[in-house]
Write a protein that binds this ligand. Structure first.
Ligand code: NOJ
Length: 530
């Protein structure tokens, strides 16, 4: 791996959705002091970086992805002093801090938009896209059309997401300078990196009807992060539809654009529509992983290793067995991802096997995308509409963390902003830690092994299983030593490995006494090849 990014291979990032993580001031909304209160917990788990979903001032139409002031903190989350304390207390524990930069759009409450919409000749008039008539027939991601008429200015503006999230015009050099200054502001406060929201959309090709991957995309990213001031930062761009060629352009170290990208093929596989229930097989996921590990190795690119985030239902519920074999499938998925080459990223609650919740009424949902989609599904009947929302809503991953089984799950002392997790009595951290089989304990041991094993951090990847095998088997080799990983899928199978000859490092079943016995459902083994 290129020297420039090699250090990132040892990062274990924990993504925090602050609103649902930990409330400390009793208003039912998570806050920055809640994150501070859990830093020791994260350190103990083996985390050395946190990514905070947007914490900026915002009216919260899209839970913070509608930024009203990039240099101030959302009232409900605390204030700038809390943020400074969080940064310094994280650093004191060896934990890096990654902020969520949202460069494609602001909130309509941002002062730039409030000025821009007033007239066609104010200093901010070209900060957004304005047209007399909609120049394209684009739809907005959260429903409805993407062009909205503004009576003050008598023109239409573009919003790729909510009506209150106008897209910034990156072709205006002043916008690019503003965003550089925002990045520099946070870097000067000690922030170590950025996750960049929908980076592929900042350059558009409106005449040709393309709202992402526009002609200046690479140039603008380079302008933002290719500067000396930004060279030390970890940067990961959110990019839903990147091909290998695009990935290469973004992440080739010599081009000075981004450290890495979120690549979503493994979350997309087996999914036709976001709200229609499907269950991709682990074999399909394996094949996607093999493809990207191989591609990134050949091209010396850094890969993000992740299964969950705030926009998707828990991977465990979609791909594993989240009932009878919750421990086995959660640990199998963990072993499958976090022994690969790349930057490990966990989403809050994943470390103790959080599952998808279920609710019976639309009033229990908060996500703007889900509520709009529900209204669209109503002609199919209320039951079908609810079924779809329960499956695909982003609320699935935004319920308050169930730290324990108490009334509000240890998240707050009052009813939270969004109903408590419907499964909290069965699935919570306290129950997991004190249970017979603990997913949290497995994660902790797995991350410790990764940290202590250069092969798992830096080693070359070689796949040994065939696409027809009901398991994933691969090696990681570094400086003449090899660690092998075997993850069995749903049904028992015999991969034909004799453990009598191997040095078993980790397993998720208590006994693997019989060295050549078949592998049980979701059984994994990580071993050093002698
Ligand atoms: C992607 C973010 O992950 C999502 O939560 C947000 O709604 C959109 N970008 C718009 O910012």
């Amino acid at each position: 791996m290129t020297e420039k990014y090699r250090d990132f291979l040892s990062w274990v990032i924990y993504q925090i959705y602050p609103r649902s993580f930990q409330d400390t001031n009793g208003d039912g909304i998570g806050d920055l002091n809640g994150v501070r209160a859990r830093l020791d917990y994260l350190k103990d788990l083996g985390v050395n970086a946190i990514w905070l979903c947007p914490c900026y001032k915002s009216p919260n139409d899209d839970n913070g992805y509608d930024v009203a002031d990039y240099r101030d903190i959302m009232d409900e989350f605390g204030n700038m002093d809390d943020m400074k304390a969080l940064i310094s207390e994280s650093h004191a524990r060896g934990i890096h801090v990654i902020m969520d930069l949202v460069p494609n759009h602001t909130s309509s409450a941002h002062k730039w938009f409030r000025a821009s919409k007033q007239s066609r000749d104010n200093p901010y008039s070209d900060y957004y896209y304005w047209f007399d008539e909609p120049p394209t027939d684009w739809n907005a991601s959260f429903g409805g059309k993407a062009w909205e008429y503004c009576p003050e200015r008598k023109q239409y503006y573009l919003h790729s997401y909510c009506v209150s999230q106008p897209d910034l015009n990156w072709d205006n050099p002043k916008v690019r300078d503003e965003m550089k200054a925002v990045g520099d502001f946070w870097a000067s406060l000690g922030v170590d990196g950025f996750r960049i929201d929908v980076i592929d959309q900042i350059s558009k090709d409106i005449p040709n009807g393309r709202n992402c991957f526009g002609p200046h995309l690479h140039e603008y990213i380079h302008e933002l992060f290719g500067r000396e001031e930004a060279a030390h930062l970890f940067t990961v761009g959110e990019c839903w539809a990147s091909t290998g060629e695009e990935y290469k352009k973004h992440c080739d170290a010599s081009r000075n654009e981004l450290s890495t990208l979120f690549q979503f093929d493994h979350l997309e596989c087996g999914r036709s529509e976001k709200f229609v229930q499907t269950a991709p097989s682990l074999a399909a996921v394996r094949d996607v992983l093999v493809k990207w590990q191989t591609f990134n190795q050949q091209n010396d690119l850094l890969q993000m290793l992740f299964t969950d985030n705030h926009d998707n239902a828990p991977f465990l519920s979609r791909v594993g067995n989240d009932k009878e074999l919750r421990y086995e499938s959660a640990t199998c998925i963990a072993a499958m991802f976090y022994t690969l080459k790349g930057v490990a990223l966990l989403y809050q609650g994943q470390e103790f096997g959080t599952v998808s919740p279920r609710y019976d009424d639309i009033s229990d949902f908060r996500d703007v995308e889900a509520i709009n989609a529900y209204n669209g599904f109503l002609p199919l009947g209320k039951e079908e509409a609810l079924k779809r929302i329960n499956f695909g809503s982003r609320d699935n991953s935004r319920r308050p963390i169930a730290w324990d089984g108490s009334e509000y799950g240890g998240f707050s002392t009052v009813a939270p902003w969004t109903p408590v997790h419907s499964e909290k009595d069965r699935v919570n951290l306290d129950a997991d830690i004190h249970g017979e089989k603990s997913i949290h304990a497995f994660y902790k041991r797995l991350l410790a092994l990764r940290r202590a094993t250069p092969e798992l951090l830096y080693g070359d990847f070689t796949v040994l299983s065939k696409p027809t095998d009901p398991f994933f088997r691969f090696t990681r080799s570094y400086e003449g030593k090899t660690v092998e990983v075997l993850c069995n899928f749903e049904t028992a199978s015999d991969p034909g490995v004799s453990f009598a000859e191997q040095d078993l490092l980790r397993s998720n079943y208590k006994d693997r006494k019989d060295a050549s016995a078949p592998f049980r459902p979701y059984e994994i083994a990580i071993y050093r090849v002698k």
